[in-house]
Design a protein around this ligand. Structure first.
Ligand SMILES: *[C@@H]1O[C@H](CO)[C@@H](O)[C@H](O)[C@H]1NC(C)=O
Ligand SMILES: *[C@@H]1O[C@H](CO)[C@@H](O)[C@H](O)[C@H]1NC(C)=O
Ligand SMILES: *[C@@H]1O[C@H](CO)[C@@H](O)[C@H](O)[C@H]1NC(C)=O
Ligand SMILES: *[C@@H]1O[C@H](CO)[C@@H](O)[C@H](O)[C@H]1NC(C)=O
Ligand SMILES: *[C@@H]1O[C@H](CO)[C@@H](O)[C@H](O)[C@H]1NC(C)=O
Length: 421
């Protein structure tokens, strides 16, 4: 005698599995196809799930704590800043290296060591704040039974990133992987990051302005590009407007903005031993410049940083004639290491971590605001248009139609189920 319940529960199971798949498919992430193996620089938008030390956040992503602080314009001259406890819900930009794996851009250099009572969904949704999904963790680590996670297991955490050749509309840009939250709108995100809805839609190959919680958008941040030679270990260094980067084994610190988008590099004040930073045949050091008012304009001689090659700091002396002698070099304002998350900014995308307790320290010892400006500029103009973006446009509709197929299948199955009841 057939059990009338059996087919229906099997069917329910099938439907639930398909619905689960549909939910997965609908949480979109922008995919950038790639064909060469070079890594590029990208950012992850990360929200702290609990209070964490700077060093703990850095080790979650296996990044340099100093680089992490500077990417968020946090003053590194604070005593014991790496042990500073950052507040839960703080939003940070994590600078990462974006690789090319199996034909798409992703970061695969992050590993997580499991703790007792960790579950894949806790690791994905809380510890990595939605930047990875349980299924991606399961797949990347060939986990068949996710109910048993061995303690101390080292999990590869694949993280979404894009570079789009370091340009957006032909201008230098760094891409931030941003996890959409329930309060977000596309207009809100565009406003927070000084971009436009149109640009976000183009970059992410979106057909409409609809975004869903958990979607991961690539948000272009205007940046200052470097022009170091390909053989330099920091080739491709690119610094978002309003922030800093550290390079050359902590010897050189570069900033971007606020006045212009020319990368400005100078010796860092970290106590490390560094190779010479003096320009040949000159008494100028990296970051120094001299200005000479002449009849033709302002004759500017500057000693600039040219990359880190074989453990040595490359310097270059350049002379240019500017229309007029400019004023002081401006630096992005530094903030104190945050202690609190500003109410209201808590769930809103913040371009930089804001701290109600933090005071601005423009005259920090880290960033002396001495030295005056105009640099001979190598225009870091990128290529116009991005074939990669175009290729991506072709990808996303594919994902969308897959969703449609799954939903259609669900509909059909439900119809079948109802008719069988
Ligand atoms: C860079 O940042 C500064 C300060 O936030 C802002 O005034 C300026 O418009 C930004 N530049 C670009 C190109 O976004
Ligand atoms: C050159 O740069 C160094 C390090 O930034 C600074 O200490 C020094 O005062 C500068 N010299 C001149 C002449 O600007
Ligand atoms: C600018 O100054 C440098 C050295 O200070 C000199 O060699 C060069 O000829 C000057 N250029 C102009 C256009 O005055
Ligand atoms: C770096 O050092 C290696 C070995 O010392 C040398 O073969 C190579 O040419 C150097 N590269 C550059 C760019 O100087
Ligand atoms: C990327 O940019 C470089 C110059 O910045 C350019 O030579 C190259 O063709 C660009 N590649 C693509 C795929 O846009």
């Amino acid at each position: 005698m057939p059990n009338p319940e059996a087919p229906s529960s099997t069917l329910t199971f099938v439907i639930l599995s398909i619905l689960a798949t549909a939910a997965l498919v609908t949480s979109k992430s922008t995919i950038e196809p790639c064909s060469y193996s070079d890594s590029c620089n990208a950012m992850l938008g990360y929200t702290l799930y609990t209070d964490l030390k700077v060093s703990e956040v850095a080790s979650l992503f296996q990044v340099d704590p100093i680089a992490l602080l500077l990417a968020n314009a946090i003053d590194i001259s604070y005593p014991d800043v790496e042990n500073h406890i950052l507040p839960s819900q703080l939003f940070l930009k994590i600078p990462i290296s974006c690789a090319c794996v199996d034909g798409i851009r992703k970061s695969v250099s992050t590993h997580y060591k499991t703790h007792p009572s960790d579950t894949l969904s806790f690791i994905a949704d809380s510890i990595y704040s939605g930047l990875v999904s349980s299924d991606q963790l399961r797949e990347a680590n060939s986990i068949s039974d996710s109910s048993v996670l061995d303690v101390g297991m080292s999990l590869t955490v694949p993280l979404p990133c894009t570079c789009f050749n370091g340009t957006d509309n032909g201008l230098p840009a760094v891409y931030l992987s941003y996890v959409v939250r329930d309060v977000d709108t596309l207009a809100g995100i565009a406003g927070s990051y000084s971009t436009t809805i149109t640009d976000l839609m183009n970059v992410n190959a979106m057909g409409s302005t609809t975004i869903a919680v958990g979607d991961i958008l690539a948000v272009p941040l205007p940046a200052c590009a470097s022009s170091f030679p390909r053989y330099a270990s920091d080739f491709g260094l690119i610094v978002p407007n309003g922030s800093y980067a550290i390079t050359a084994s902590h010897c050189v610190q570069c900033s971007c903005g606020p006045g212009n988008l020319n990368l400005y590099c100078m010796p860092s004040t970290l106590a490390v031993s560094c190779s010479s930073m003096q320009c040949q045949n000159s008494n100028l050091m990296v970051g120094n410049l001299t200005m000479l008012q002449s009849s033709g304009g302002c004759n500017v001689t500057s000693c600039t940083y040219g990359g880190f090659v074989n453990g040595s700091i490359v310097t270059g002396l350049s002379t240019s004639l500017q229309p007029r002698c400019a004023g002081t070099q401006l630096f992005p304002p530094l903030i104190a290491p945050p202690n609190t998350v500003k109410r209201g900014s808590m769930f809103a995308p913040a371009p930089s971590p804001l701290s109600s307790a933090g005071s601005l320290s423009p005259t920090s010892s880290v960033i002396p605001s001495t030295g005056s400006f105009p640099r001979s500029t190598t225009t870091a103009g990128g290529p116009t248009g991005s074939p990669v973006t175009a290729a991506c446009t072709a990808l996303n509709p594919g994902i969308a139609s897959l969703t449609m197929v799954v939903l259609f299948m669900c509909g059909k199955l439900m119809a079948t189920m109802f008719s069988s009841i």
